[in-house]
Write a protein that binds this ligand. Structure first.
Ligand code: PMV
Length: 303
């Protein structure tokens, strides 16, 4: 018997970093996946097959968490394949959720979304103690959700495809380092940081309304404001700023960093008529368009 699950990647739309301090954020799942295949081991040891250059630490910790929780001792064969590694699309969260979900299938244990979230979150904070859990929630709920850092509450906002373009900057972000950088700034400049955090909190609130009205121009304006505030927190760089600028000049309503900053992806929201033009402008300025659908639940974990 073998269980296979496909876990979707994610993109942060609004509210990164402040979600670590309890605020809400808006995050969407994408139609790029991490596949986890799980069966009982044919040997007297665990077998872990993962793509070259990736780390098996999270898989081992996830398996241990599951074994301790459900008192299981069998040796396992776990295999992963990923379309989302290396771009900041949430591969750590996806592998954790994928292993928990696949193991629950293998042992025929029903896990509610909340239980799956708690087990996965408990696992990931052992490696990344400041992690908000937004990426785990996105893997599990799919679509576009409002996730609140403080109580880990999830509210589904939309299941529809959003007119968002995803552009890879060419460099991998150091999420833990960037989160630490903001923590240091918060300690050294508490007033400035508090003001920026509150402004971002208001942007997320307005973003939720713009999204419900499909007001993409309004949502784009909020993305631009969010990007400026992230810049003021010191987590952007020239490459990301130039890509944002390129998208805006080519006719996007808005563009911003998505995630920790310092690398990974930017996102842009644009009218249909400008999309091809923006893609060409981005390609000739060193960015790489990643072709994906943002915000649909099709193919997502629980669908
Ligand atoms: O680097 P990413 O794409 O995984 O995003 C990190 C988002 C933060 O808010 C900075 C951290 C977190 O855990 O919420």
């Amino acid at each position: 018997m073998s269980i296979t699950v496909y876990v979707p990647g994610k993109l942060m739309l609004l509210g990164e970093h402040v979600v670590v301090y309890g605020y809400p954020c808006i995050v969407s799942s994408v139609n790029k996946f991490l596949k986890v295949e799980c069966s009982f081991s044919e040997k007297f040891e665990d077998i872990i097959d993962i793509p070259k250059g990736t780390d098996d630490q999270l898989i081992k910790i996830s398996v241990n968490t599951f074994r301790n929780k459900f008192q299981k001792k069998d040796k396992l064969h776990i295999k992963t394949e990923s379309e989302i590694t290396g771009f900041g699309l949430g591969s750590s969260a996806a592998v954790t959720v994928g292993v928990m979900k696949a193991l629950s299938g293998l042992y025929e244990i029903t896990l509610s979304r909340d239980k799956l979230f708690n087990l996965s979150y408990q696992t990931i904070i052992r490696l990344q103690p400041r992690s908000s859990g937004f990426d785990i929630a996105s893997c599990i709920w799919g679509g576009t959700i409002l996730f609140t850092g403080e109580d880990k509450n999830v509210e589904s906002l939309s299941d529809n495809l959003l007119p968002i373009l995803v552009i890879f900057s060419g460099a991998k972000a150091d999420t833990v380092g960037m989160v630490e950088k903001v923590a240091v700034l918060k300690k050294n400049e508490p007033e400035k940081t508090a003001e920026a955090f509150q402004s971002i909190g208001k942007i997320v609130e307005k973003g939720r309304i713009a999204l419900s009205q499909k007001d993409w121009m309004g949502f784009g304006k909020l993305m631009n404001e969010n990007h400026e505030l992230l810049r003021s927190l010191g987590i952007s760089n020239n490459i990301l700023d130039n890509l944002v600028e390129t998208c805006l000049k080519a006719g996007a309503f808005g563009a911003k960093i998505s995630g920790a900053g310092g690398g990974d992806c930017i996102i842009a929201i644009a009218p249909e008529a400008r999309i091809e033009y923006i893609k060409r402008a981005v390609n000739s300025s060193g960015g790489k368009i990643i072709d994906m659908n943002v915000g649909e639940t099709k193919g997502a974990l629980n669908s």
